[in-house]
Design a protein around this ligand. Structure first.
Ligand code: GCB
Length: 603
């Protein structure tokens, strides 16, 4: 009997384990490169209901509703029916877009909003249809025609659901419960320095693919080689032994690879012109299977470190960067268009950058692709920021999921050289273990890029700073956030600060800076003036000239951005003012100091 219980326990345990594993798979597997697929956009106005008490989800006993939830989109059938919600007579919100900047009453709102979109759709024969979300902040529960499709956690990475056979020719309705409540155990946690924009912040598409289709692929140069291109192609519903073709017309390459267990591996010699900021060459790559075909623009480059230096395609490179939040120029709110991405990137180019740090979460795929076209190297990171619950297993799983989803989406982008796993996390054993595991995860998924983290944990000693955080051991590149002249020390002292590095690895000054209100002028000792920020940049640049292991920098930040920590009405008005450019697109004096450093030094 005891034995039987034991057995039962194991079965239940395995079932549960399986359920968790399936959840993870559901969350992390999306189709690669939707831009090249047959897609129907669901952008535009969606109907919406603001539901702070989650009345559409929980009953009065606080149990999830199995019926009569708002996802049913019910209508009264007779005058006596009681239905206390109605999408048709409620508000409308634009998708993609955050809700905070679309309606005054939603400016500070954090909680649940129900979104609904009705549409007609004629599925093609023998095709699979996915509903694909580029990003929803933070938790999404998705329903189609009243039936739950699934859920997703994490505000900045894509997810999809298979809706084949569930669509009608007329009057489908897709309902999404979006919840951006901050949670202590979440990634990010409750405390950040950026606006918690809620909503379906990036585009939604219906993607139609043949039943047997190219689901995902990886194509890049083999580690340490500039002539061996290697990779794999995953087919969904493939036939064993099916052949896939890889064609790079400009390189005169035409190859075939056989699918085994759903995957075709390949490796071949080629002499591509290497991608670099000076010449961002991208090649058209056509991948085709019996039934499907995908086209991508792919660049090839190598990146490595030797001692404290970076080598791109074997040549030493200094990273002249700037940090960027995904905040729209001129109108603020989340970036929602390619044009907005291009404006931000052009400003970075004008500043003289060859590098950007996309802080503090994965930016849109469009942002990364546009940066790549312009020849800008990218640091991409997940929002493991400040004091997340490092000793909580679910928190770790969530962080790892977001990391996997980020790498999955962008693994073919030559522009990305650095995966950032954390920002300014306080030292502890639990934190070291958590971040060590994330670094191992990156290495298991991608050996061709470098791991980094932004640290604010350097020690002080007489006359200077020492980089000695134990995390230094697990990363390839050490990011240092240091606000000399703003949060610590006087501007005049910055130029004289000496730095030591206990690790023989490159260091990027991943943040430095100070606030200024564009147009406010005065003495260089007066905070918030453009002159103060200018003097701060001059003094910090002097300090950086003396750090011989410094391999790049990404000062904080390109443009002023919204943050609910910034209450000084005279200056901030809910904006972090450390931008080199105001949110209205006007450069401050410090912009030209950094520009001069980038254009006239370190070429
Ligand atoms: C930091 C954070 C960044 C903040 C910045 C600031 O160290 O990494 O997210 O916005 O400082 O302005 O205080």
């Amino acid at each position: 009997m005891k034995q039987a219980y034991h057995y039962l326990f194991i079965v239940i345990f395995l079932m549960q384990f399986n359920a968790v594993a399936q959840e993870v798979v559901e969350k992390t597997t999306v189709i690669q490169n939707i831009e090249s697929r047959d897609i129907t956009s669901l952008k535009g106005l969606w109907q919406a209901i603001v539901d702070p008490l989650e009345n559409g989800y929980y009953n009065h006993r606080y149990l999830p509703k199995e019926k009569d939830g708002y996802f049913e989109n019910k209508k009264p059938q007779s005058p006596s029916d009681l239905i206390e919600y109605d999408f048709d007579s409620d508000i409308e919100l634009m998708v993609p877009g955050d809700w905070n900047t679309q309606m005054e009453k939603l400016y500070y709102y954090e909680g649940t909003v129900w979104y609904k979109k009705s549409f007609d759709y004629s599925p093609k024969e023998n095709q699979i249809t996915y509903v694909y979300f580029e990003a929803v902040n933070y938790e999404a529960i998705v329903y189609l025609n009243g039936e739950k499709l699934g859920s997703h956690i994490g505000g900045y990475t894509p997810f999809q659901f298979d809706v084949t056979g569930k669509l009608k020719e007329k009057d489908n309705f897709l309902v999404v419960k979006v919840d951006n409540k901050r949670r202590r155990e979440a990634i990010p946690t409750v405390n950040t320095d950026w606006w918690n924009y809620g909503g379906i912040t990036r585009s939604v598409h219906l993607v139609s693919v043949p039943k047997s289709h190219i689901k995902d692929y990886s194509i890049q140069l083999e580690k340490n080689s500039s002539t061996q291109i290697t990779g794999w192609i995953d087919l969904e519903n493939s036939r064993e032994g099916e052949v896939v073709k890889i064609e790079i017309p400009v390189l005169n390459k035409n190859l075939e690879a056989e699918v085994k267990n759903g995957r075709a591996n390949f490796s071949f010699k080629a002499k591509p012109k290497l991608w670099s900021p000076k010449s961002p060459t991208l090649y058209t790559v056509n991948i085709s299977s019996n039934d499907d075909q995908v086209t991508d623009q792919i660049g090839f480059r190598t990146i490595e470190t030797r001692g404290s230096k970076f080598f791109l395609n074997g040549e030493n490179i200094f990273l002249k960067g700037i940090s960027i939040h995904e905040e729209a120029p001129f109108k603020t709110g989340r970036v929602t268009s390619k044009e907005e991405c291009i404006i931000l990137l052009k400003w970075a180019k004008e500043l003289g950058c060859n590098f950007i740090r996309l802080a503090h979460y994965p930016h849109s795929e469009t942002m990364v692709k546009e940066a790549e076209k312009m020849g800008i190297l990218v640091w991409s990171e997940i929002p493991v920021y400040w004091t997340v619950l490092f000793d909580n297993k679910d928190t770790y799983q969530n962080a790892e999921n977001q990391l996997v989803e980020m790498i999955n989406r962008d693994k073919n982008r030559a522009a990305i050289i650095l995966w950032g796993i954390a920002n300014e996390t306080p030292e502890s054993d639990a934190r070291n273990e958590f971040l060590k595991n994330l670094s191992l995860k990156v290495r298991a998924l991608d050996q061709t890029r470098l791991v980094t983290a932004a640290l604010d944990t350097q020690s002080s000693e007489e006359g200077g700073k020492v980089i000695d955080d134990p995390l230094g051991e697990y990363v390839d590149v050490i990011g240092i956030n240091h606000y000399c002249g703003w949060y610590v020390d006087d501007i005049e002292s910055c130029a004289g600060v000496q730095w030591k590095n206990n690790y023989d690895k490159p260091m990027i000054m991943s943040e430095m800076g100070g606030g200024a209100l564009q147009g406010l002028h005065g003495d260089k000792n007066e905070r918030w003036t453009e002159e103060y920020q200018e003097a701060l940049y001059e003094s910090n640049i002097e300090m950086m000239r003396n750090i011989e292991f410094m391999a790049g920098l990404s000062p904080w930040i390109l443009m002023d951005f919204r943050s609910s920590r910034r209450h000084l009405q005279r200056i901030q008005k809910d904006f972090n003012r450390k931008g080199l450019i105001s949110e209205q697109g006007v450069p401050k004096k410090a912009f030209y100091i950094l520009q001069d450093y980038y254009l006239n030094e370190n070429n």
